[in-house]
Design a protein around this ligand. Structure first.
Ligand SMILES: CC/C=C\C/C=C\C/C=C\C/C=C\C/C=C\C/C=C\CCC(=O)SCCNC(=O)CCNC(=O)[C@H](O)C(C)(C)COP(=O)(O)OP(=O)(O)OC[C@H]1O[C@@H](n2cnc3c(N)ncnc32)[C@H](O)[C@@H]1OP(=O)(O)O
Ligand SMILES: CCCCCCCCCCCCCCCCCC(=O)OC[C@@H](O)COP(=O)(O)O
Length: 317
């Protein structure tokens, strides 16, 4: 999928960051905090992971539903991805346990947290801003109100192993609305990512202070998005890592290994002349194609969950 983004669609991924922090990227463990408003934000995240050599050890706090997505979900299970049900009563122990397993992870990893918990929609935004108002917090224009518990439990469990929080804010040039189908159709997008490295020591230990710290971080992220909307770029210098050939080589290798025998099999089936065999092959191919379309649907915001709509409490103090 990274090869599809970088080499097939030719999407440009530009990084805005401090040159002093740049050499540390990929050479330390980090907690990445990213906004969640685009259907391919996870894919842009993977692309940056690839460019800094941490794609294989990229982690995320993902909703449990994604564990059942064929291939990708199974792969995540084996990669020690942390899953949550977005029900704190159940997540508080399971998430902490999974995070503990990362303590002795043998490679540098990035642990991604979408603190908004769900993708941005105008309706979810309106409801979350009512919650913000109830809590006496400032309004956000470009983000949902962050959920603080997952962040707190992550910081608590990764302190000592992770060195920093990478506050990452993603946007697309010219008001592009990127989609995975667009990528697969070869459409080129222009992603801009602004990253600030914040040492983990500066995140408070106390739960209430940590939550307040995260709310302040999202207010700052909102001001960066505002800057981007007004000027077309993020503050700070561009330090973009170049595209590397590995994802393309990997894709070409596996395509040869898989597609050659599949092609032979298909040719044999067609030359068998049996109507039953050809019909069965047609049914299998259609089912696989429908399965892939369903998987792509998992990335589509208008097919997203109701999380953040129906769980909104009326009383928030
Ligand atoms: C140099 C380059 C740098 C960076 C490159 C960038 C990235 C690369 C990095 C890594 C890539 C790795 C992988 C990427 C690949 C794939 C990723 C794909 C998908 C996964 C994404 C997801 O699945 S997101 C969904 C799951 N994740 C989360 O939900 C995380 C955030 N959530 C939390 O932390 C939650 O607290 C929780 C899940 C732990 C628990 O959920 P619960 O609902 O029970 O939450 P809370 O108890 O927190 O909720 C109650 C509190 O929330 C308030 N509330 C209620 N309603 C709302 C509302 N509508 N909006 C906001 N707030 C609300 C309520 O008042 C409660 O408040 P309290 O004050 O009492 O806490
Ligand atoms: C050459 C390559 C060809 C590949 C073709 C196959 C494509 C298959 C694509 C499958 C992709 C599945 C990965 C799903 C990742 C979705 C991440 C995501 O964004 O999840 C949403 C959650 O965060 C929040 O959910 P909501 O509460 O908003 O609902």
């Amino acid at each position: 999928m990274v090869a599809a983004l970088e080499w097939w669609s030719g999407t440009e991924c530009t990084l805005y960051t401090d040159p002093k922090s740049y050499p540390l990227y990929g050479n330390e463990n980090a907690i990445v905090v990213l906004n969640h408003a685009f259907e391919i934000d996870f894919l842009c995240g993977w692309t940056f992971c690839e460019r800094f050599g941490v794609l294989g050890s990229s982690k995320v706090l993902a909703k449990k539903e994604l564990a059942y997505v064929p291939v990708i979900g199974w792969m995540w299970y084996f990669l020690e991805i942390v899953f949550c049900k977005r029900k704190w009563e159940e997540d508080r122990t399971t998430v902490a346990q999974s995070l503990q397993n990362l303590q002795d992870y043998p490679e540098n990893y990035w642990f991604l947290l979408y603190c908004e918990g769900t993708r941005f929609t105008p309706k979810k935004h309106q409801i979350s801003m009512q919650v913000a108002e109830g809590k006496g917090l400032p309004q956000l224009k470009y983000h949902l109100l962050p959920r603080t518990k997952g962040f707190y439990v992550t910081v608590q469990n990764l302190r000592g192993t992770a060195a920093a929080v990478y506050d990452s804010t993603l946007n697309f040039r010219n008001n592009e609305v990127p989609t995975l189908l667009g990528i697969l159709n070869g459409k080129k997008y222009h992603a801009d990512l602004y990253v600030r490295r914040i040492p983990l020591e500066s995140v408070p230990d106390d739960e209430a202070e940590c939550a307040a710290w995260l709310h302040k971080l999202y207010q700052e992220k909102d001001s960066f998005q505002d800057h981007y909307t007004r000027t077309g770029h993020f503050p700070g210098p561009i330090m973009s890592p170049p595209r590397r050939p590995w994802s393309l080589i990997n894709w070409l290798f596996w395509s040869c290994v898989v597609l050659y025998p599949l092609g032979l099999l298909l040719a044999q089936l067609l030359s068998s002349g049996s109507v039953l065999t050809i019909t069965a092959a047609g049914v299998v191919c259609s089912s696989v194609s429908m399965g892939i379309r369903w998987m792509i649907g998992q990335t589509e915001i208008d097919k997203g969950s109701n999380y953040g709509i129906k769980t909104a409490p009326l009383n928030n103090n």
